[in-house]
Write a protein that binds this ligand. Structure first.
Ligand SMILES: NC(=O)c1ccc[n+]([C@@H]2O[C@H](COP(=O)([O-])OP(=O)(O)OC[C@H]3O[C@@H](n4cnc5c(N)ncnc54)[C@H](OP(=O)(O)O)[C@@H]3O)[C@@H](O)[C@H]2O)c1
Length: 239
């Protein structure tokens, strides 16, 4: 244990958007190990200096998996209660305009790294009777201008279903599909938010809803406008 908390969570994508909001909440209850590519100082300033940090770029999934496994061994972490794969990337472009480098990046970050790392950590997760949480997307069903992103997220959903069947009774597996959320990902992907802004959730509301789902027994969940309506209603009730 790092700070002696009851559970240990390993989180990717904790340096921005939804993952950052998840990290800020999880640090209150869990020992937190964060995987990211920013510098350790930046990440401590963003989240807390109480986290353990593994710096690696997951766009090289095999090398990053090795780095994570080796760092966890050095930290003598033998049990992991939760692995949350939240890191993600994408471009908003027609299928013909996506470059092969962009497609490679989407598939590597969104699908290949979660697959490789999850397999590599099966012993530690099973030792804690733990849970794997895969952050997918509503786009996994297919969405215009998001072909390779949608494919990577559909792959994640298939991976989750297979693990769920293989590991039932040993390790819980959950796939959570967020709906549109106002995070830096939109600008990075080249998506301009217009009149449809009202359908987007804030990363805070999304993180709250994701955490609630993580604490449930659902195998898969989609978080969309319902969470926004509930959060507005709750604010009115309590203000
Ligand atoms: N925003 C939405 O509308 C939406 C909708 C559905 C699903 N999602 C999913 O929700 C998750 C979080 O997305 P978000 O909107 O919060 O995105 P975001 O703000 O862009 O954050 C993405 C996170 O992934 C990390 N990451 C990306 N590439 C990486 C790499 N090569 N190596 C290490 N870390 C890398 C980023 O690290 P850096 O800080 O170093 O860039 C950042 O921490 C993603 O899986 C995304 O697909 C988002």
């Amino acid at each position: 244990m790092i700070n002696g908390k009851k559970s240990l969570t390993l989180l990717t994508g904790a340096t921005s958007g939804i993952g950052l909001e998840l990290a800020k909440r999880l640090i209150l209850t869990d020992d937190l190990v964060v995987i990211g590519r920013k510098s350790e100082d930046e990440v401590h300033a963003l989240i807390s200096d109480k986290i353990q940090y593994i710096q690696t770029d997951i766009s090289d999934p095999a090398r990053a998996t090795e780095a994570v496994v080796s760092n966890l061994n050095d930290m003598q972490i033998e049990k992991i209660d939760r692995v949350i794969h939240c890191a993600g990337t994408g471009v908003y472009r027609s299928p013909e305009q996506e470059t092969s480098e962009e497609i490679d990046l989407n598939v590597s970050v969104n699908l290949l790294f979660p697959v490789l790392l999850t397999r590599a950590l099966v012993q530690q997760i099973e030792a804690a009777k733990g849970k794997v949480v895969l952050i997918g997307s509503v786009a996994h069903k297919g969405s215009p201008n998001m072909a390779s992103y949608a494919a990577s997220k559909a792959g994640l959903a298939g991976f989750a279903r297979s693990l769920e069947a293989e590991w039932r009774g040993r390790i819980d597996v959950q796939v959570i599909h967020p709906g549109p959320t106002l995070t830096p990902m939109l600008e990075k992907a080249g998506y301009k938010v217009g009149l449809e802004r009202h359908i987007f959730l804030s990363p805070k509301v999304m993180a709250d809803a994701i955490l609630k789902t993580i604490h449930s027994h659902k195998k898969s969940a989609t978080i969309f406008l319902g969470a926004k309506i509930k959060s507005l209603f709750f604010r009115k009730q309590t203000s």
